[in-house]
Write a protein that binds this ligand. Structure first.
Ligand code: PHE
Length: 360
């Protein structure tokens, strides 16, 4: 609107070609400097300097002038035209330069640190659990799951726990629905009931790990009533303790990326015979003895052993044909070691100031 008014003014300013030329030059100068892009600049150029353009046509008006003024007007006309052409050229260069600057400005600065978007991340225990799963998958194990609320039969009976075994005590176990003798439910106290569930549903050979949450009525500085374990189970013909130890050794090597030894110490669990606890060489000192392993050079990981024949029988697997081994260890301790976190509690308090330190 403003512009068209101004153009109108240019056209009608005067019948006197000299005045018109002056007015045209001034106004056109403003229009040129205000051109927003190369296209509008080109449009101006066509409109004013083109064959039928206002400036070009002005030349034809020279005839209106008295002869003695014509020479002077011709010169003024040529100068004005040149000035306009130069103004257009200047503006064109300025626009091109501005476009170039914009392009440069939009280019990524490879030296600039990326801005961190506030994003959630995996809980360090979840992260550790997934790494464990990945390592065991690579070693040919299936990853299976089991319910947190478990039949007492799977959590204890079929695993060869005697009726009077202390682990069945209310002191250690969360019972879900009171003490109805017929079918009691518990919060599973370990991942071993997944052994039973797996053997009931898959014929041997079996090779699986079962990570998950477990519950015990423990709550002090070093124990939490809720924690995480991973169970390993292998059932096949002719497997023995040597396979168990080799598997644990290979696992530790793959998980920690270091050649750390594994050792078995005789121990008792109702569902294995023989049973053993297993340790790994301390990944922090390589066995020299340090704070993390309390000078021992070894770190206790969990329990293991050959699956008890009574367990195989409970799930209908013939112990004369098949043997198997199993292991179970805590995931939380692994996470503590991976991230050198001093206290288990930190893992479960859900404090974002802690969790934000694990952007994985
Ligand atoms: N379930 C045992 C525990 O929670 C660990 C274990 C698993 C031991 C498998 C032997 C074999 O302590």
């Amino acid at each position: 609107m403003v512009r068209s008014l101004r153009e109108e003014a240019i056209r009608t300013v005067s019948d006197d070609p000299k005045q018109t030329l002056k007015a045209l030059s001034t106004e056109l100068g403003l229009l040129i400097d205000g051109a927003a892009d190369e296209e509008s600049l080109y449009a101006l150029q066509v409109k004013y300097l083109g064959k039928k353009g206002a400036v070009t046509q002005l030349r034809a008006h020279m005839g209106k002038l008295p002869p003695e003024e014509r020479k002077g007007f011709g010169q003024a006309f040529n100068e004005a035209k040149l000035a306009i052409e130069q103004a257009i050229e200047r503006r064109r260069e300025a626009l091109a330069e501005a476009a170039r600057q914009r392009r440069l400005g939009r280019r990524e600065d490879a030296t600039l640190l990326p801005r961190r978007r506030p994003a959630g991340s995996l809980h360090p225990i979840t992260h550790t659990r997934r790494r464990l799963e990945a390592v065991f998958r690579q070693m040919g194990f299936d990853v299976v799951d089991g319910p947190h609320v478990e039949d007492e039969k799977y959590n204890f009976d079929d695993l060869n726990f005697q009726d009077e075994h202390p682990a069945r005590d209310m002191q250690d176990t969360f019972f879900v629905d009171g003490r109805d003798e017929a079918a009691r439910l518990v919060l599973r106290t370990h991942t071993s009931p997944v052994q039973i569930r797996a053997m009931l549903t898959r014929p041997p050979p079996v090779r699986l790990v079962a990570p998950g949450t477990v519950f015990r009525r423990d709550d002090d500085a070093t124990h939490s009533p809720m924690f995480h374990q991973i169970e390993g189970l292998c059932i096949d013909r002719g497997v023995g303790m040597a396979d168990l130890k080799a598997t644990l050794y290979r696992f530790v090597r793959a998980f920690f990326g270091a050649d750390l030894q594994v050792r078995l110490r005789p121990s008792f669990f109702p569902f294995v015979e023989p049973g053993a606890e297993f340790d790994m060489q301390c990944p922090f000192c390589g066995g020299e003895g340090c704070n993390m392993c309390k000078g021992a050079g070894w770190i206790e990981l969990g329990g293991s052993g050959m699956v008890h024949p009574a367990v195989l029988e409970a799930v209908g697997v013939d112990p004369e044909v098949y043997t198997g081994w199993a292991f179970g260890f805590g995931i939380d301790r692994m996470a503590l070691m991976l991230h050198t976190v001093p206290h288990l509690r930190l893992m479960f308090e859900g404090d974002v100031r802690f969790l934000e330190q694990f952007p994985c």
